[in-house]
Design a protein around this ligand. Sequence first.
Ligand SMILES: [Zn+2]
Length: 254
Amino acid sequence: MAVAYKPVWKCIYCGSREGVLSKEHIVPFGLGGDRILPRASCEDCREKTRKIEEFCLRNHLGNTRMALGVQTRHPKERPTEVRFEVSEGDGSTRVEKWPIERLPVFLVMPVYPAAKRLHDLWDGPLNPPNGTEWLYISDQEALKEISGDGGAVKIGSVDFNTFAKLLAKIAHGFLVCELGIDNFQPLVTELVLGKTDEYWPWVGGTVDWLIPEPTEDLIQVHSYHHKSGYVVVRIRIFPNLGAPTYHVVAGKIY
Ligand SMILES: [Zn+2]
C-alpha cells in the first residue's frame, strides 16, 4: 500500500520552487517502491533521475525483475521472450531467444569498498576490493542450455557509477521522508544530478554492522545515525537472494 508523505513544495534535489513539481517515489516503483513524496521534484531533476532509474531497472535489473514477476509501470511492454547475447569461443556472437516463463533468476550486483567517509568514522575492518561483481544464478542448467558448448552469456549490464547514483537517490529521498528536507545537510544531491561522478566518498558496500537480516521484501532501507552527526542509509535490494548490502552517507545533522 502506498504511503504518501506531506508535499515538500520544493525540489528535493536542487531546491527549486519553480514550475511543475512532481511526486517522487523514494524507491523506484519497479523495485516495489510505495513511499511517495508529493510535489518534490522539478522537471529538470525528474529527467535526470528518470534516466538513472531507467538504466538500472531495465538494463541492469530488467531480467531479474521479469524472472521474479516484480511490478512494472509498463506491463504491456514486457516481452514474451528474452534475447541473450552469447559469445562463442571463436570470438563470434549470436543471439539466443529464451521464453520468459523459463527465465532463470540472474542477478549481478556491484561490490564496492566502504564509502571513504564511513572509513573515516569507523575503524573496524572494511571491505572487499573495488571492481568486483556479486553473482546469483538460480538455475545453472538453464544457463548452460542458453550458452551452449563453450559459449558465454552476457547476463546483465552493471554500471558501478549509475548504480551508485541510484543508491544515492534512494538514500536522499529516504532521509527527506524521515528527517524533513530542512533538517539535515544533504550530501549526495550533486551526485544524483550528475554534477560529479565521485561516488566513493559517500556510497559504498557492506560493512558488517550495517547488514540487515534478509526478509521477503524486494528492498530494505534503514538509516543509522552516527554520533558524528552523519546519517548513513543502508540499502539492500533483493535481500532474499542474499544480495549485498550498500550504504550511503547521505546527510549530516546540522
Ligand atoms: Zn530540481
